[in-house]
Write a protein that binds this ligand. Sequence first.
Ligand code: NAD
Length: 381
Amino acid sequence: MADKKELRIGLIGCGFMGRTHSNGYNRVSNFFPNLAYRPVLKAVCSRTESKVKAFASQWGYESWETDWKILIARDDIDAIDICTPNDMHAQIAIAAAKAGKMILCEKPLSRTLEEGEEMVRVIEEAKVKNTVWYNYRRIPAVTLAKQLIDSGKLGRIFHYRANFLQDWTISPELPQGGEGLWRLDADAAGSGVTGDLLAHCIDTALWLNGGIKDVSALTETFIKERVHQTSGKVQKVDIDDACIFHCHFNNGSLGLFESTRYARGHKALYTFEINGENASIRWDLHDLNRLEYYDYGDDSIVRGWRSIHVTDGDQPYMDKWWVPGLSIGYEHSFVHQVADFLESLETGEPCSPTFLDALETQKVCEAVIESAKSRSWKDIN
Ligand SMILES: NC(=O)c1ccc[n+]([C@@H]2O[C@H](COP(=O)([O-])OP(=O)(O)OC[C@H]3O[C@@H](n4cnc5c(N)ncnc54)[C@H](O)[C@@H]3O)[C@@H](O)[C@H]2O)c1
């Protein structure tokens, strides 16, 4: 380890994503021993001292801060990792870029397209290394889907279908805003399921199936008012609780996307299916090591959907883990993103999705919201 170059991390926000990223940094050098760089957990930042101290001790950070501006000003930090709610992404990323720090930013890039464009402008000008944590790209079965599509096995693509379904906001008693519930507050989140869940589906779709040409959407807010945790007052709910949109892709295929937090019985059902001229594939987050594949080229008497258990050493990332047949999980996608980021420091290549790539997802999200509001089709420029 001593011969490795250090990437000194300053992580901001110690909630759900703070934990997944810290786990990624801690695991990566054990499982990707050939990388030239290793992450060093230099400092973590959150507003509450007792909380951030406990987090630093639990995950192995050398130090902690309660003010992100102080963290960014430190000269012993190379990269800022943004794991805060969406309303903090732009200000932290812009300040970090101006301080010459590399940036790893959680998704969605921003609350609005305008905010995202400003972030991209500053980051590109500062020429700092950057990536956005659209981690589903790095689940081996999803990466395998990309390889199959790029190799031409599906042929011409006709349909792309994706869902992201949850059920945790059905109770009208659930407040909005503040710690843990910022996703229900449009000021903090930007939008509801569109920026939170569909952003993942859109990122994967753009990566697998190319650009989207235009969209037509509808959204619904089922619970119109909720108590705000911070003000204690009943306030209007401005997020989209559910969103459905259809679209044309630039390659001529049709897309159909749905997301909701009102699908009773579903906690995080992210699925996609792609139908091509020669073959189809489908994937389900609840069974993330499997890729379903149907090949019309198979001998007709055995033709049918096959379920590929993506655990073999010649499948993406899997030579780094256990032995063929043994599964990995959700958290490994973050280890993979850390590994790819470290590798990109060696190669000088961008670590996709970069801020610029993630801006494409913002364009689609913004068009979806605008389309629903205006009840009309919106072009993606
Ligand atoms: N890639 C994924 O699959 C995925 C999954 C969940 C969340 N996310 C994204 O990650 C980000 C964080 O989400 P989360 O679920 O971890 O949220 P969370 O509520 O669990 O954690 C947010 C953390 O940020 C801290 N924070 C808030 N304001 C701060 C400030 N001013 N200074 C320092 N710390 C501050 C909070 O105290 C908390 O520790 C969001 O942008 C979200 O969209 C991505």
